[in-house]
Structures are given as C-alpha cells and as structure tokens.
Design a binder for this molecule. Structure first.
Ligand code: FES
Length: 152
C-alpha cells in the first residue's frame, strides 16, 4: 500500500506518498514538479532520467523510492545558485551541445557527478562515463566537447 516517504531533494526535505517500488523519477516529475529528469526508456538504458544520489549518477526510472529515502538527491534544478548556472551547465551552452535537448539532463548530471568526484578527469574518463548515455540526435561530439570544456 502507498505510504509516506521522506526524501531529501536539492537540500530540502520532501514527503511523497507512494508504493515503495514506485520509480523515483515518477515522483520527482509528477509530485514534486521537478521536470529536469526526463522519461526516455524507463528501463535504465538511456540515461535521460539521471539524478545524483549521494554523489553518484543514478537512473531514477529504475530506482524505487524506498531506496532513495535518507539519501541526498540532486536534480538538474538543484545545480548552480539563484541567477548563476553550474559551470557544467554553462559549458553545455558555450559548446552549443544541445540539439533537441532531451538527453541533456542526463549528460549534464553524469558529467557533474564525475567532475565533483574528480575535477582532473581527462577525455578517456569522460567518454567512459558517458558511454551509456544516449543521444538520438547524434550530437555526441558536441556533448563530449562540452564535457571537456567543463573539465578545464
Ligand atoms: Fe531512465 Fe532511460 S529513462 S535510463
């Protein structure tokens, strides 16, 4: 049966009522109006729904809400500060990495988690980290350039 779940999202305590196996993505988007994370495949395979959980990139479409309780969840909306983009977001703009833009949440959050862990990463690590994030428009070259810019 549905029960309340306490979540820590972008630094705030939020309570959502849901079945314990409800994917976190659904609650972020439908209950908390956090639409940065996108629904792509719903199977953990494309990366569009990526959020950062306790510092690591996580696919929220396959993360049951019960497993997200008590952990620090960061969504695209939590990046940067009022009036100031996160350097990773700025790099994606500067590199003009977007085509349709649907995958960018996942690309940005994955790069953000990587750079927070290791600001000194090189191209090989970035490629490795992004290899399971899919872009249907095929702008992987620009996305890689944006990630490299963010890592400078
Ligand atoms: Fe979650 Fe595709 S929507 S990985």
């Amino acid at each position: 049966p549905p029960r309340p779940h306490r979540l820590r999202v972008n630094g705030s305590e939020r309570v959502v009522t849901a079945e314990s196996d409800t994917p976190l993505l659904y609650l972020l988007r439908n209950d908390l109006a956090l639409n940065g994370p996108k629904y792509g495949c719903g199977l953990g395979e494309c990366g569009a729904c990526t959020v950062i959980v306790d510092g690591l990139a996580a696919r929220s479409c396959v993360l049951p809400v019960a497993m997200a309780e008590g952990r620090e969840i960061l969504t695209l909306e939590g990046l940067g500060a009022p009036g100031r983009l996160d350097p990773v977001q700025q790099a994606f703009i500067d590199a003009e990495a977007a085509q349709c833009g649907y995958c960018l949440n996942g690309m940005i959050m994955t790069v953000k988690a990587l750079l927070d862990r290791d600001p000194e990463v090189g191209e090989t690590q970035i490629r490795n980290e992004l290899r399971f994030n899919l872009c249907r428009c095929g702008t992987h070259v620009e996305i890689l350039q944006a990630a490299m810019l963010a890592a400078q």
